[in-house]
Design a protein around this ligand. Sequence first.
Ligand code: TYM
Length: 339
Amino acid sequence: MSSKPIVFSAIQPSGNLTIGNYIGTMRHWSKMQSNYECLYCVADLHALTTIQNYSFLKTRTLDALSFYLACGVDPEKSIVFIQSHVHQHSQLSWILNCFARFSELLRMTQFKVKGTQGEKYIPKTNLGLFNYPILMASDILLYQTNVVPVGYDQKQHIELTRTIADRFNSIYGDVFALPTPIINQYGSKIMALLEPKKKMSKSDINKNNVIFLLDDISSVVSKINKSVTDSDRPSAIYYDIKNKPGISNLLEIFSAISNKDVHVLSKELQGVMYTEFKKIVSDAVSKFLHKLQRRYTDYRCDETLLKKIAYEGSMKAQLKAETTLKKIYSELNFFHLFK
Ligand code: TYM
């Protein structure tokens, strides 16, 4: 048995992946492969809560898988799989539903944003959107996960996962490891380009708010050119999320892409005009995306390989998931026909 700590992370293929997904989580994945035992999952069951047209689901799932590989996830080192291929996630989800409280789920910010308008619930909101954090808890707890690299928006869900695990453990002993989120100080909440006080999101209806990983380079340049800065004159480039959200956001994007500290960059960019700064950022992002898209295309063209990787990943994940699920079934004293 491996003694390395266990990492789990996932993205839901509910839309095209964004640079926010990359910076918030995917960029860390390949680096973690040497010191951790890693599981990276495409959370297609989660996508059912928001997706409008299921015919895109398969395409988007394979797109996401190709991006995982293009970002350096190596199926020889990590377990890469599709959530719906490992039935234990749904099985554990039901059990954990019975250990979570309605009031806890009502407090989830993401549900409040997506499932309510002001004080009122949107009548057609599906129940999956409400108990979605329970499925997420199952994803994490099934593998005895120690750390979960995520963006800031998932922090509350990981805290709930810990609460549920702790509650279960307090009754049945140490069944689950308690996971800790890894949330970087910079880059864990990339903001919308035109509205830098709101998060960049796959589902934004204004596409100029979002840099998609599959955007063509000319549109990336145009989106960054249009991005909101501020009215400070002369131009002043430094990190101040409260008073300069647009500039700080561009700095966080640039920092993640160039692997340079935000404050080092601020110093280097002293005296640079905003138009020139945008050009520097868009050059760096374009170069980065160009390379990433080339690697992505190589994988995306080979569906046979993608299916093989997903199949092998699901077999490995199922073995691990079954070990935890068996332990839980036995603690809960379910009746079994076969020993
Ligand atoms: P999702 O698909 O919304 O986002 C995937 C990951 O990307 C991060 N992220 C961002 N980070 C920085 N800036 C942004 N603008 C930004 N937008 C998204 C998210 O924080 C996340 O880390 N429920 C999850 C998927 C999931 C999961 C899990 C994650 C399912 N099971 C278990 C971790 C562990 C979700 O919808 O993420």
